[in-house]
Write a protein that binds this ligand. Structure first.
Ligand SMILES: NC(=O)c1ccc[n+]([C@@H]2O[C@H](COP(=O)([O-])OP(=O)(O)OC[C@H]3O[C@@H](n4cnc5c(N)ncnc54)[C@H](O)[C@@H]3O)[C@@H](O)[C@H]2O)c1
Ligand SMILES: C[N+](C)(C)CC=O
Length: 490
């Protein structure tokens, strides 16, 4: 299989201006699965010009919100129709299990449906004006031309959180998916064309971050940049976006604590602690990689984790019994290896894993064994830095205050969890935890209705929920004097 795919600019499927291409690799066996155009600054500029003209033409932003909502709903229906094809494509591209990709596709269709419903629900607000004989109202209008940049771990899911609200509110956009996982995003642009999104409204440019992404971030004709990815890139984008004071939405990394109290249901906490990290081989922004375990159950808890981890089945995402697929790339595998080596050097104890698997069947893929470090302290880089791989660090605590203090000891503030049967204690903890999402007796759950985003250096703004659509609007106050007359001051 070697799909030949294109970019989508101003309603036309095109090659890159330069004629350059990039091979897309299956991380399970390094086979080429697709060849796509490798766009650069000139392709990005063409797409920005198309999006600018489409926005300034006013046709899309003045289309009744109900009609825009109907188009967004149609996209959801088409995703549901092509669910299996999309799920298989996502698994080929990322290595995640097909079962997981099917779940992603359901979530993605749900996001388009959610924003389709919200499209015509904000009719503005009437203010009780303090000025006699006047009308004061607040309306929300689209921001304009939106640059959207996504990562490789949840390629289409992260794209859907940006595409659906931007379209529903009448913006025009240029999407740049990760250069290593563009396949499902390309496919959804085909579906958006089928759903009759007008030419120029939604544009797709493929290519690297330093060319296409940087152009979107600094271009004066882009009004908003919405980025999901790593903290280092996020800071560069923030700097570039200052050139014309673009609206900015940043969904960055996490180093997420998961606090386990001794009174939690033991088996459930073990099971969910594993799920909270090793799903998609730990390549999840909200993975609960920092386990913070009450001292009285620490040893028993670690033993239970290790026993289960040793039985994990690594393999192809297309095999039904596979629990964990490969990492995304050779570069990323090297990064995880470096991170684990740093943990060993800093004095953490390797309880399990810590290397590539020896299974001959896995040698062509970018596999890494599920890994658990114990004897960890917050000053270690393994506890502070995002590995974005299948690695858990375990810290101990003896009091509730200490647990919360450890949990908050991070530059990140994306997500965190608390496991206990004492609901009052749980409430006390989560109110003190400095994170955008906190779970009590759960982990890694998200749905379209609730906002998602980070405190501290995990980001700016929110996706999903009502806040996720507000990101794509400007607020305008309209004041009308019903009995104008001279003021006679001058
Ligand atoms: N907060 C969230 O919801 C969330 C969700 C998914 C992933 N993430 C984070 O994403 C990261 C992993 O993804 P990644 O490795 O693809 O991140 P990354 O920052 O390397 O790349 C993300 C995107 O940015 C582009 N990019 C790179 N350099 C750029 C530049 N100078 N200007 C503009 N764009 C540029 C890339 O091409 C890619 O499309 C992790 O840190 C993870 O936590 C966060
Ligand atoms: C936001 N989420 C959890 C879907 C993917 C994070 O990497």
């Amino acid at each position: 299989m070697n799909l030949k795919l294109k970019q989508y600019i101003n309603g036309v499927w095109v090659e890159a201006n330069s004629g350059n291409t990039r091979d897309i690799i299956n991380p399970f066996n390094q086979e080429i699965i697709a060849t796509v155009p490798e766009g650069d600054e000139s392709d990005a500029k063409a797409a920005i010009a198309a999006a600018r003209a489409a926005f300034d033409g006013g046709e899309w932003s003045s289309t009744p919100a109900t009609e825009r909502g109907a188009i967004v709903r149609k996209i959801a229906e088409l995703i549901e129709r092509d669910r299996e094809e999309l799920a298989r494509l996502e698994s080929l591209d990322t290595g995640k299990t097909v079962e997981e990709s099917r779940g992603d596709m359901d979530d993605i269709a749900g996001v388009f449906r959610y924003y389709a419903e919200l499209a015509d629900k904000d009719g503005g607000e009437l203010i009780d004006s303090p000025v006699p004989n006047s009308i004061s109202r607040v309306v929300r209008e689209p921001v304009g031309v939106c640059g959207q940049i996504t990562p490789w771990n949840y390629p289409l899911l992260q794209a859907s959180w940006k595409l659906a609200p931007a379209l529903a509110t009448g913006n025009t956009l240029i999407m740049k998916p990760s250069e290593i996982t563009p396949l499902t995003t390309i496919k959804v642009f085909e579906l958006m064309e089928e759903a009759l999104v007008p030419a120029g409204v939604a544009n797709l440019v493929l290519g690297s971050g330093t060319t296409v992404g940087a152009e979107l971030s600094r271009n004066m004709d882009v009004d908003l940049i919405s980025f999901t990815g790593g903290i280092v890139t996020g800071k560069k984008i923030m700097q570039a976006a200052s050139i014309n004071v673009k609206k900015l939405a940043l969904e960055l990394g996490g180093k997420n604590p998961n606090i386990i109290f001794a009174d939690a249901d033991f088996e459930t906490a073990v099971d969910q602690a594993l799920n909270g990290v090793f799903f998609h081989a730990g390549q999840i922004c909200s993975a609960g990689t920092r386990l913070i375990v009450e001292e009285s159950i620490h040893d028993k808890f670690v033993d239970a984790l290790v026993e289960r981890v040793k039985k994990f089945k690594l393999g192809s995402g297309f095999d039904e019994d596979t629990q964990m697929g490969p990492l995304i790339s050779a570069d990323h595998l090297a990064k995880v290896e470096k991170y684990v080596a740093a943990g060993v050097n800093e004095g953490a104890t390797l309880a399990v894993g810590g290397s590539r698997p020896e299974d001959p069947e896995l040698q062509k893929g970018f596999f890494y064994l599920p890994t658990i470090f114990t004897d960890c302290t917050t000053d270690m880089s393994v506890v502070q830095e995002e590995a974005f791989g299948p690695v858990i660090t375990v810290e101990k605590f003896t009091s509730e205050e200490e647990a919360v203090k450890l949990a908050n000891d991070s530059i990140y503030g994306l997500a965190g969890g608390v496991w206990t049967n004492d609901i009052v204690k749980a409430e006390r903890c989560v109110r003190k935890m400095r994170m955008g999402t906190v779970w009590i007796n759960d982990f890694n759950l998200y749905f379209p209705h609730a906002p998602w985003g980070g405190f501290k250096q995990s980001g700016i703004g929110r996706e999903l929920g009502k806040l996720g659509i507000e990101e794509y609007t400007e607020t305008k106050h309209i004041f009308q004097n019903l009995t104008p007359e001279p003021i006679s001051w001058f």
